[in-house]
Design a protein around this ligand. Structure first.
Ligand SMILES: Cc1ncc(COP(=O)(O)O)c(C=O)c1O
Length: 355
């Protein structure tokens, strides 16, 4: 019997309950049923983000949420700082460049945590934003958002956080940590298919939205917020991804968010311990910034061998992310991943190492 185990970095494995939740006919995005569903999802997302702020519902992927945030909250020429320690920091940089922001980039080694003090030395009264990836999915490093929030709270700058591969799998506290803007997407730790993204802004960020000079149509946060107040979206949303995410959130809250976060940490430690015992190399050596949602293994020139050998054993893991694609592979522990899945991947890796 073939029973694949998926330990991916997104889109991640779907629980059977989530798949069943989508097994419905089309329904109107103006119906009461839709409104109730969206309401429960946005209330759930407030808990995931740790916020009382409104959560906007965008039908787009994580990159779309990133672009919509830049388009709606920053104008051409605005000075922003983008610390980069992986491919998704690079993505943030490229999207910001597309909107003609005046970017100060700060490069850190891939696999290392960003140094908040070093970044803060560059913040002045002119800094309009600091854009940070919470969980760098290309390497498996968690950046210290709480420390950024503390350092930036009395400045003019907005702290903009991409938690696409963090939210729902790694603790994040928008209100307590002074995060001004946060976004995530449906297909990672939230256990739903791609299609939806969620963005929350605090009052400081909403003030910035008032002054924006960019043209906008599809994603207009002021209009999106008016509609969210009525549990609607402006245009046709991804109705079935919404059903999926509602069920994903139900599962998270039934398990208990704290327990879910603890499970991610436990699974991360189990993967890291096992990989070390097998004599394989971790890309991120420092346990204190290692990601609970994914672990990257260094296998210079040999990464696809491991991915293929695991696939032969019905275990599907993520390949490396460019520019580390030939030299690393990634074991996802985000979302619907149990301790037994971790045991299975480590057993298979042991077999591959010893063959
Ligand atoms: C941290 C991070 N940011 C942004 C993105 C881009 O999201 P998407 O592929 O949904 O556009 C990803 C995707 O993996 C990601 O991991």
């Amino acid at each position: 019997m073939e029973k694949p185990i998926q330990m991916l970095v997104g889109p991640t494995a779907l629980p059977h309950r989530v798949m069943l939740a989508m097994d419905q006919n089309a329904y109107s995005h103006r119906s009461e049923y839709y409104k109730e569903t969206q309401h429960s999802v946005t209330e759930g997302m407030k808990k995931i983000f740790g916020t009382k702020n409104d959560v906007l519902v965008l039908t787009t992927s994580g990159t779309g949420a990133m672009e919509a945030t830049i388009q709606n909250c920053f104008s051409p020429g605005d000075e922003v700082i983008i610390p980069i320690n992986g491919a998704f920091g690079e993505l943030f940089y490229n999207v910001a460049k597309g909107y003609d922001l005046n970017i100060i980039r700060v490069d850190f080694e891939y696999g290392m945590e960003q140094n908040v003090e070093e970044v803060m030395q560059l913040v002045t009264d002119n800094t309009k934003g600091v854009f940070v990836i919470h969980n760098e999915s290309s390497t498996g490093v968690v950046n210290n958002i709480e420390k950024y929030g503390e350092a930036l709270k009395n400045t003019n700058a907005l702290l903009v956080v991409d938690s696409v591969s963090g939210a729902g799998g790694i603790n994040i506290e928008m209100d307590n940590w002074n995060i001004d803007i946060i976004f995530t997407a449906s297909q990672k730790a939230l256990m739903a298919p791609p299609g939806l993204s969620f963005v929350a802004l605090n009052d400081k960020a909403w003030d910035a939205v008032e002054w924006i000079k960019n043209p906008r149509y599809l994603f207009n946060f002021s209009k999106d917020r008016d509609y969210v107040h009525r549990d609607l979206t402006v245009h046709t949303p991804a109705t079935h991804t919404l059903l999926a995410i509602q069920e994903g959130l139900n599962m998270i809250f039934e398990e208990g968010l704290d327990n879910v976060l603890a499970r991610h940490i436990e699974n991360m430690h189990a993967v890291r311990d096992g990989v070390r015992k097998l004599g394989l190399d971790l890309l991120v050596n420092d346990d204190s910034c290692a990601s609970p949602t994914l672990t990257t293994i260094s296998a210079p020139g040999n990464a696809s061998y491991y991915v293929n050998e695991l696939a032969k054993r019905n275990i599907i893991v993520g390949g490396g992310k460019s520019p580390l694609n030939k030299d690393t592979f990634r074991i996802g522990t985000m979302g619907y991943v149990s301790k037994n899945d971790v045991i299975a991947v480590l057993t298979a890796l042991a077999e591959i190492v010893n063959q």
